[in-house]
Write a protein that binds this ligand. Structure first.
Ligand code: SF4
Length: 612
């Protein structure tokens, strides 16, 4: 499918990021509405009312189906219904969402052994004045002096076997879960933090139980302590999981790159030969096996599972799934990662990037020539892995996948080529459609290849061909725009310089939007910036920032992400297969989730330490 300019129509920024859509007649709507709940996070003032709402929430949830976790939008819709039925005001919406989430997950949370749980406590419970504890890389290192309630919870929870973190931020928590250290979260936090957590933790299907703080002002806050003890020391096993979760598949995607699985999928070929000949394979394999979120391999595994009925989303969180996934699917998933890693090596050279996964880029540590060669090796390795896939019942499947992969490669090179051409001679001849077309070429094909491969290995999928391409185009473009926005904030992981893309004068959509919206004076300044190749980086950044702010391009970019999300969701709405539709929603929510502002503590390295 070709990329049409009308797909990238740029509108004026909407008054809010609300995505409209008609709900359909199902009990669980396919089309979801997004709405900020930031002004609706009041905790009821009296304990009596809090207890009343809590027991009504338990009753309400007891009638809900539990096959799959609900999205944040569905939870909001249910919570509104719950409040309306009980004639409680809308201002308790955030509180009600937490309670409904709690009782949805409570039985499954209680079935998790203590040593597989995490207790997450907020900094603001500490005795601020006299607290002797320091922060370390895992958050506040409480010395259990007894001056605040953190010590009580921490001591008891650690005795039981919990991991305890005095930190905040759901990104950390989800990473810890995917790494396989814990299976469920007991969290104490204010409604602001809990609202952010809901998206990531609930969507992934992580059993969680939250106790809201009475206020979100981070001072003199309190909580209903008996609510913590409702679950902290209770353990009630269940015969089997009853709610779908992507955590087992996320973990399996990570496990593909751990031994012994990695050796089975990517056996060493030159072992025992002279070191001169083994070096390229050794370094390339190491690069493939280390670093990265494994998101593309996860897409392939989860797409295959969705195409075969979605059974693996009901696996035990701790269950290794290797024996339940065909080797061909695992090889295709690793091939996708090999192509991705190869493109990163080449991309880092072309963009002169210095860091990747918090380490020096390969061309800086080994030289440009060897780095190009490692990337080429990984491309060859990826195609070798595909050639090794065996689908006895469907001999054309691998042919189809190789074709899709090669298309993805060619599109990526075309997008990268267009970007480099413009960067070599930056000009005012850059429209937002140009920038978005580059994004569609550079980013979307990798998602498409990953999704297509998993689904195609599950069976013939002619009916989904067009859907996959269009869906991935919207997801990929939205993802890249989000990256642009993150470039202005720094993502705390790979980038050490904020505004790298802008400093390097890459053809980003932000720059293109600014060119489009600029008045005569701003156009003159932009043209001068583009011509002045020797301007100091910090000064160029300041000049661009001023114009971006004057032209409101960040807001327009956010509206474009919302539009990409809207369109991708509309495509998912039409998919008949429930397991596939559910997975597509999950992809939209995960890939296009607005990033949380990193806390100062996360910026100081907590995330780095856990993720990398
Ligand atoms: S119990 Fe821990 S967190 Fe609370 S004041 Fe003492 S050292 Fe600080």
């Amino acid at each position: 499918m070709s990329i049409m300019p009308q797909d990238f129509e740029i509108n004026e920024p909407p008054s809010s990021s609300t995505v409209s859509g008609e709900q359909q007649g199902n009990s669980r709507p396919r089309k979801r509405k997004r709405r900020s709940t930031s002004h609706l996070k009041i905790v009821p003032e009296s304990l009596d009312l809090r207890e009343l709402i809590k027991s009504a929430a338990e009753q309400y949830v007891s009638q809900l189906p539990r096959e799959r976790p609900f999205s944040k939008d569905e939870l909001e819709a249910m919570s509104r219904d719950f409040l309306a039925r009980n004639e409680w005001p809308e201002k308790y919406l955030g509180f009600a969402m937490v309670l409904l989430g709690n009782f949805f997950w409570k039985r499954q949370f209680l079935a998790i052994p203590f040593e597989r749980r995490m207790l997450l406590l907020p900094h603001c419970l500490k005795h601020a004045e006299g607290c002797p504890a320091d922060y370390d890389e895992f958050g506040l290192d409480c010395e259990t002096c007894g001056a605040c309630s953190i010590a009580d919870y921490k001591v008891k929870a650690e005795q039981l076997g919990y991991k305890v973190l005095v930190a905040e931020g759901s990104p950390i928590v989800l990473k810890i879960i995917v790494e396989g250290y814990v299976d469920g979260i007991l969290g104490v936090a204010c409604l602001n933090v809990l609202e952010k957590a809901i998206d990531k933790v609930l969507l992934a299907g992580v059993p969680s139980y939250a106790v809201p703080l009475h206020s979100g002002d981070c001072k003199n806050t309190s909580l209903d302590e008996p609510w913590v003890w409702d679950v902290l020391d209770k353990y009630e096993p269940l015969p089997e999981p009853c709610t779908a979760s992507y955590v087992p598949l996320m973990r399996e995607a990570k496990r593909l790159f751990d031994e012994p699985s990695f050796e089975e999928i990517v056996p060493i070929v030159r072992e025992g030969k002279a070191s001169l000949l083994t070096k390229t394979e050794e370094i390339s394999r190491f690069w493939l096996a280390n670093g990265g979120k494994r998101f593309r391999p996860f897409i392939t595994l989860a797409a295959w599972d969705a195409g075969t009925g979605g059974d693996l989303t009901f696996a035990e969180a701790t269950e290794p799934l290797g024996s339940r996934i065909p080797l061909a699917v695992k090889k295709a998933a690793v091939a996708i990662e090999a192509f991705h890693k190869a493109s990163l090596i080449h991309d880092d050279i072309q963009d002169e990037d210095e860091f990747r996964y918090g380490e020096k880029t390969l061309h800086l540590s080994h030289g440009i020539g060897p780095a190009i060669n490692f990337g080429d090796f990984l491309i060859g390795l990826g195609y070798r892995l595909l050639a090794q896939c065996r689908c006895e019942n469907d001999p054309t499947a691998i042919e189809d996948i190789v074709q899709k992969m090669s298309h993805a490669h060619i599109k990526l090179c075309e997008g990268q080529g267009a970007e480099m051409s413009w960067t070599a001679a930056p000009s005012m001849e850059l429209t937002p459609v140009d920038a978005l077309q580059i994004y569609a070429l550079k980013t979307s094909p990798a998602f498409e290849a990953a999704l297509y491969s998993g689904l195609r290995l599950a069976g013939p999928i002619e009916q989904y061909d067009e859907m996959i391409t269009t869906f991935c185009r919207h997801v990929g473009v939205g993802f890249q725009i989000l990256n642009d926005l993150k470039d202005w904030q720094g993502d705390g992981l790979n980038k050490v310089i904020i505004g790298q893309d802008a400093i390097a004068l890459r053809p980003t959509v932000l720059l293109a939007l600014a060119i489009k919206a600029a008045n005569a004076e701003q156009r003159e300044e932009l043209a001068a910036i583009l011509q002045d190749k020797h301007d100091h980086a910090e000064r160029r950044l300041q000049r661009l920032r001023m114009i971006f702010e004057q032209t409101d391009v960040l807001q327009v970019a956010e509206s474009l992400v919302a539009k990409s999300r809207d369109r991708a969701e509309a495509i998912a709405d039409e998919v008949e297969s429930e397991s596939l539709r559910r997975f597509l929603y999950f992809l939209v929510d995960t890939v296009l989730a607005p990033e949380e502002e990193p806390t100062p503590r996360e910026q100081a390295g907590l995330v780095d330490l856990i993720v990398n």
